[in-house]
Design a protein around this ligand. Structure first.
Ligand code: SF4
Ligand code: MG
Length: 316
C-alpha cells in the first residue's frame, strides 16, 4: 500500500536538495493466493525494484507490505527470517545466479544449511527430489553449472527457489534470456509447479506474449506507477490506457495474414527521467491523447467494469 522506493543520487544536488531516483513512487497492489500476477512495462519503469521491495530484498522508502495478512515492512532481519522461506526470487540470467565453482548439489544444499533443516542424508534425498521435479536427472548433483544449457540452468535455479517450499515467488524476466522454444518449456514448468504446490507468482516481464500466456491478472507500469490493471483476458481484449494500447499494438502477430490488421501505435520521445517525472500524468509527454488537464493534474486510479482499474483522465 502506497509503496515507494527512492534511491538517492550520489552527488546529485539540485538547488541544495538531494535528488532521488523515484523508481517506485506510490503503488497499491494486491496479489491473490495461487495466482500469477504480472507486471509489464519498458525497462527502467521500476518493475524489478517493485518486485524486490515487495519481498524485502530492498528496504521500502515508504508504504506498507503485508504478506498473508501480516505487515512485514518494519520487521527486523531476524523477525523476517521465517518469511524468507516463503518468498523467493528467480531472475533473468541463470548463469550469473549460479556459482560456477560449486557443484549443483552444493548449490541446492545451501537453502537447507541457511535455515538449518534436515540431516545431511535427508538433504541429499530432498535435492534428488527437487531435481526430478524440475525435470533434471539425479546425476546433475555432482556436475557444475557450465555443463548445462541455459534452459537446464534455469531449471536448477527454479529447483533452488523451490527448496524451502515457498508460497510466493517473484520471477523477474525469468525466461527472457532463453530461446523461444526453451521459454515455453520453462513457463510450462512454472505452471506445473504452481498447480502442484499452490505457489503464487509475481511475474515480471517486458514480453507481452509471455505475459498473455502465463498470467491471471496483469498490471502495467510506467515511470514508477501502475497505470492500469485488469484480469488478463480483459486487459488484452480491452486495453484502456493509451500506454497499454501502444504496448499491445506492438506485439508481433503470430499469423499476420489471418488476423485482423491492427494499427501499430508508435510512441514519440523517450521515457522521461524518474528523478524529475513530469507533472500531472507522467505519460503526458508521450501520450497521443493528451489533454490540457493531463499536464496539471495527476489522474487517480478508478475501478471500471470487470475489475479493470485505470489511471487516466479519459475515463474520469
Ligand atoms: Fe494520456 Fe492524459 Fe490519459 Fe495521461 S491522463 S494517459 S496524458 S489521456
Ligand atoms: Mg528489470
Amino acid at each position: 500500500k502506497d509503496l515507494k522506493k527512492h534511491f538517492p543520487l550520489s552527488g546529485g544536488m539540485l538547488q541544495g536538495a538531494k535528488n532521488y531516483v523515484k523508481a517506485v513512487d506510490g503503488i497499491d497492489l494486491e496479489i491473490f493466493e495461487g495466482e500469477t500476477f504480472s507486471l509489464v512495462g519498458e525497462s527502467g519503469c521500476g518493475k524489478s525494484t517493485l518486485g524486490r521491495t515487495i519481498i524485502r530484498l530492498m528496504e521500502p522508502t515508504e508504504g506498507e507490505i503485508k504478506f498473508g495478512g501480516q505487515a512485514i515492512n518494519s520487521l527486523t532481519k531476524k523477525q523476517l527470517l521465517p518469511f524468507r522461506k516463503d518468498m523467493q526470487l528467480i531472475f533473468q540470467d541463470p548463469y550469473a545466479s549460479l556459482n560456477p565453482r560449486k557443484r549443483i548439489g552444493e548449490t541446492l544444499r545451501e537453502p537447507f544449511q541457511i535455515h538449518q533443516l534436515y540431516s545431511t542424508r535427508e538433504q541429499k534425498e530432498k535435492i534428488y527430489e527437487l531435481l526430478r521435479h524440475v525435470g533434471l536427472n539425479e546425476d546433475a548433483y555432482t556436475r557444475f553449472p557450465h555443463e548445462f544449457s541455459g534452459g537446464q540452468r534455469q531449471r536448477i535455479v527454479i529447483a533452488r527457489a523451490l527448496a524451502l517450499s515457498p508460497k510466493f515467488i517473484v520471477c523477474d524476466e525469468a525466461v527472457s534470456a532463453l530461446d523461444v522454444s526453451i521459454q515455453s518449456q520453462i513457463i510450462n514448468l512454472l505452471k506445473k509447479l504452481q498447480n502442484e504446490y499452490n505457489i503464487t507468482y509475481l511475474f515480471i516481464s517486458h514480453n507481452l506474449n509471455v505475459v498473455k500466456y502465463i498470467s491471471d491478472r496483469v498490471a502495467v507500469m510506467y515511470l514508477g506507477k501502475i497505470v492500469e490493471s485488469a484480469p488478463k483476458g480483459e486487459l488484452f481484449k480491452n486495453p484502456l490506457h493509451p500506454y497499454t494500447q501502444a504496448l499491445i499494438s506492438a506485439i508481433p502477430l503470430p499469423n499476420p495474414e489471418k488476423e485482423r490488421s491492427r494499427e501499430r501505435i508508435i510512441l514519440e520521445g523517450d521515457v522521461p527521467s524518474p528523478v524529475n517525472p513530469p507533472k500531472g500524468c507522467r505519460f503526458h509527454t508521450r501520450c497521443p491523447m493528451v489533454k490540457p488537464v493531463c499536464k496539471e493534474v495527476e489522474p487517480t486510479m478508478i475501478e471500471m467494469e470487470n475489475s479493470h482499474k485505470i489511471a487516466c483522465h479519459l475515463y474520469n
